[in-house]
Design a protein around this ligand. Structure first.
Ligand code: SF4
Length: 423
């Protein structure tokens, strides 16, 4: 373990680098709506998934009055509003700006930050990452260079427990046991050592170095083959700090358990999931009612309600939220499919609901086409709609898929899936 170096607080360079691209970044945002088959779609970045109750209330109102009424949680802890009526873009932008969800219109699509959702709530981890989260968001919004990032670029802030460090972010900060932090760029084999105070600035510097190095020609670090370690070394050089070999913790991912999470002082927080990441208006309203000031959306399409007593859990269960990992919905995900996506070969969400079975095992993810939007990174069962009808089921381990069956018989699908989840 390297000792933390004493350096003045780092601020990213204010000298802008021109970013040129020969193709458009089509990633949707809150200002750039995407046209889908069920109406316009807005993706609203929620750094760290952290929402105040008043912001949650306004988002719910926007979904009800402008969209289909539901809030769709993403695998980055963001929110999508779907079925938006035409011409509502300005109204939505004004509403989001008024509640502080659009602090910089120029940066609205690049504020992609996942953070350990239980940080500071359960006594685990080596740091509370929320100060990093606030500082990182402010620095990103203040950086002219960072405005050139794509909407796909991702920052991860891990409090040391290893829950989001393995989510494949472009820049990751991992809290170290001695109070410092490690900075990783993409899938680099080395990490740079930074002090906790310098960590958010170092993360923004890493993003800026990526843009300089790539010349703005690629969207993500992984699209620069073999260059991630060079980026780490360059960041370390500019910070006058050192780099070291990667620690094993980086490959770990784990989502919060469901139900009550208890802090060392006995304070409970509640952890729930929404079936397929779709939160109905009723479910959203109930979570706002139960919340004690804040909601945290997780990269696993769940919600943490900090500092809420255990006796409120039945209220969340009563509106159909998943509060127990014994639920047949636990571990089941799906892309939007038909009717929202014209590319889809099937109504995957309806089919997923019809094939539910208790028993756990590997997570399962349903996709309407080979793009597999939102699929999980780790081992899972892949259920893909095939051209002639039906689904191909594959077990994905260590990034490699092995097809186990293809069926167009709904009555055998649940049994085939259950077998694959335990293969
Ligand atoms: S995986 Fe295919 S069908 Fe599903 S949402 Fe993405 S593009 Fe549409």
């Amino acid at each position: 373990m390297l000792a933390a170096m004493s350096t003045p607080p780092f601020r990213p360079s204010s000298q802008a680098t021109a970013v040129s691209r020969d193709r458009d970044d089509a990633c949707p945002g809150a200002l750039r709506l995407h046209t889908a088959d069920d109406g316009a779609l807005a993706r609203i970045r929620i750094p760290g998934g952290v929402l105040r109750v008043d912001q949650a209330e306004a988002l719910g109102r926007a979904a009800r009055e402008l969209g289909d009424g539901e809030l769709h949680l993403t695998s980055r802890g963001n929110v999508q509003l779907r079925g938006l009526k035409s011409g509502c873009g300005r109204e939505l932008a004004d509403l989001l700006t008024a509640i502080g969800l659009l602090p910089s219109w120029r940066h609205e699509r690049v504020r992609n930050v996942v953070a350990s959702p239980l940080s500071g709530l359960d006594g685990r981890g080596f740091a509370d990452v929320r100060p990093w989260l606030r500082a990182l968001d402010e620095l990103v919004c203040a950086s002219e260079i960072a405005a050139g990032l794509s909407g796909r670029f991702l920052f991860a802030l891990d409090d040391g427990r290893g829950d989001v460090a393995g989510l494949g972010a472009d820049v990751t900060l991992l809290a170290a046991p001695d109070g410092g932090a490690w900075l990783r760029v993409g899938g680099s084999d080395s990490v740079a050592r930074v002090s906790s105070e310098d960590a958010p600035g170092a993360a923004v510097l890493a993003a800026e170095v990526f843009l300089e190095t790539s010349g703005g020609q690629v969207w993500r670090v992984g699209e620069l083959p073999g260059r991630a370690d060079e980026l780490v070394h360059e960041v370390a050089r500019r910070l006058r700090t050192r780099h070291a070999e990667l620690a094993p913790l980086w490959s770990v991912t784990s989502e919060p358990s469901l139900g009550a999470v208890t802090a060392p002082d006995g304070t409970t927080s509640l952890s729930v999931l929404a079936p397929l990441g779709r939160v109905t208006a009723t479910q959203w309203a109930e979570m706002r009612t139960v919340a004690s000031g804040e909601l945290r959306l997780t990269p696993w399409r769940g919600v943490i309600l900090p500092a809420v007593p255990l006796d409120r859990l039945p209220d969340l269960d009563a509106v159909g939220l998943i509060t127990d990992s014994a639920s047949p919905w636990f571990g089941v995900g799906a892309c939007i499919g038909r009717p929202g996506c014209a590319t889809s070969r099937a109504d995957v969400r309806t089919d997923a609901a019809a094939a539910l079975a208790a028993g756990g095992g590997l997570p399962v993810y349903w996709s309407g086409c080979e793009r597999r939007c939102g699929r999980p990174r780790g081992d899972h069962v892949d259920v893909l709609a095939v051209p002639d009808g039906g689904y191909q089921i594959s077990v994905v381990r260590d990034g490699h898929g092995r097809a186990t069956s293809t069926t167009d018989n709904p009555s055998t699908l649940a049994a085939d899936l259950a077998a694959a989840r335990h293969a």
